[in-house]
Design a protein around this ligand. Structure first.
Ligand SMILES: O=C(O)CCC(=O)C(=O)O
Ligand SMILES: [Fe+2]
Length: 205
């Protein structure tokens, strides 16, 4: 992994490292995610109101995130009943560069955005310790990322996340509301069928 953290900007306290991953690094990540998805096939979680989410998901690590009519939670197994695969080494390298060596992430959540997929404004608050950041990696098509404050209903700002960008929700922005309004389908040629992959690295418990 070649990481370039020199081009940093901030949106509502969320740090964005533009072009942090060069093309070979992005391709290496996609390869690793392909292998992960063979071991833990992506699925469409259902919200607690019974609606399938437009994003497909899978995960690696000790925990993956799951949702059904009982609500949202971390679980230690893929829906198949098998444990989640290990977090790929290049993904761990990104975490170490941002969050250091003291703690490895427990979860690498993998979100797949096809044409028309989006993710509503939410906080990442199912983790036990908000001192650890959530580190997000964007691969493939550009995505309109919206960020607000720690309270629902406040003002928001938006930025297009591009393939190879990292975003870090940490410090005062750890509980910032955020979401993906839309993707610009087909804007990147990283993924042969188009779409976007987002990875989020999290310390869970
Ligand atoms: O796709 C993204 O960039 C954000 C994903 C996200 O917020 C999440 O998985 O909690
Ligand atoms: Fe999130």
């Amino acid at each position: 992994m070649r990481l370039n953290l020199s081009e940093a900007l901030e949106i509502r306290g969320v740090r964005v490292f533009r072009g942090a991953l060069d093309r070979p690094s992005q391709e290496a990540l996609v390869e690793a995610i392909r292998a992960l998805a063979r071991a833990a096939p992506p699925f469409s979680p259902v919200t607690r109101w019974g609606r399938p989410m437009s994003v497909r998901m899978t995960a690696a690590g000790r925990y993956g995130w799951f949702s059904d009519r009982r609500g949202y939670r971390y679980v230690d197994r893929h829906p198949s009943g098998r444990p989640w695969p290990a977090i790929p080494a290049p993904v761990l390298e990104i975490w170490r560069a941002i969050a250091g060596l003291d703690r490895a992430p427990d979860c690498c959540l993998v979100n797949y955005y096809g044409e028309g997929a989006r993710m509503g404004l939410h906080q990442d608050r199912d983790e036990a310790d908000f001192d650890w950041p959530v580190v997000s990696v964007s691969l493939g098509d550009a995505a309109l990322f919206r960020v607000g404050g720690a309270e629902r209903g406040g003002s928001t700002e938006s930025i297009w996340l591009q393939s190879g960008d990292l975003a870090v929700l940490g410090g005062a922005a750890r509980l910032a509301y955020h979401g993906i309004d839309r993707i610009r389908f087909g804007s990147s040629d990283l993924l042969p069928k188009g779409g976007r992959i987002n990875l989020t690295l999290r310390v869970v418990d």
